[in-house]
Design a protein around this ligand. Structure first.
Ligand code: DQA
Length: 144
């Protein structure tokens, strides 16, 4: 089983960016732990991070036919990007949305994402561990 993990803007700064909200682990560390967990469960994944909406949309479109599912932390674009939502809908791959922070405990503008309802489900509030929860959830959803 193969997944693609897509990380949106500013997530390259994890570890130093508002650590009281997002924790002290870097994105590389979070992805390395997720890769170990995935390997233990017979899953491979590639991951990408970009600040650029078009790069994220290219990644979603190019994943079609290449992977069994997507995990996306759209970061700030989750609250604003109709285009990323449309790409997820168009491609139709089963997708789990991840946020490190608990959006419900944050500013009102973060309570809703435009992407959540085109995803199978959303995991938020568990820090970097949320990616491992998403891997397991997606695997179970796909039936592996
Ligand atoms: C985030 C939450 C978003 O509201 C924010 O814009 C981010 C990170 C998270 O993982 O908690 O950049 O997606």
């Amino acid at each position: 089983m193969k997944f693609l993990i897509i990380n949106g803007p500013n997530l390259n700064l994890l570890g130093t960016r508002e650590p009281e909200i997002y924790g002290r682990e870097s994105l590389d560390e979070i992805m390395a732990a997720a890769a170990d967990f995935a390997a233990e469960n017979g899953i491979q994944f590639q991951w990408v991070q970009s600040h650029h909406e078009g790069v994220l949309i290219d990644a979603i479109q190019n994943a079609s036919g290449q992977v069994d599912g997507l995990i996306i932390n759209p970061a700030g674009y989750g609250h604003s990007s109709v285009a990323i939502r449309d790409a997820l809908s168009a491609v139709g791959l089963p997708t789990v949305e991840v946020h490190l922070s608990n959006l419900a405990q944050r500013e009102e503008f973060r309570h809703r994402t435009l992407t959540a309802d085109v995803c199978v489900g959303q995991i938020c509030g568990f820090g970097g561990h949320g990616y491992q929860l998403a891997i397991m959830a997606l695997k179970k959803y796909i039936g592996g």
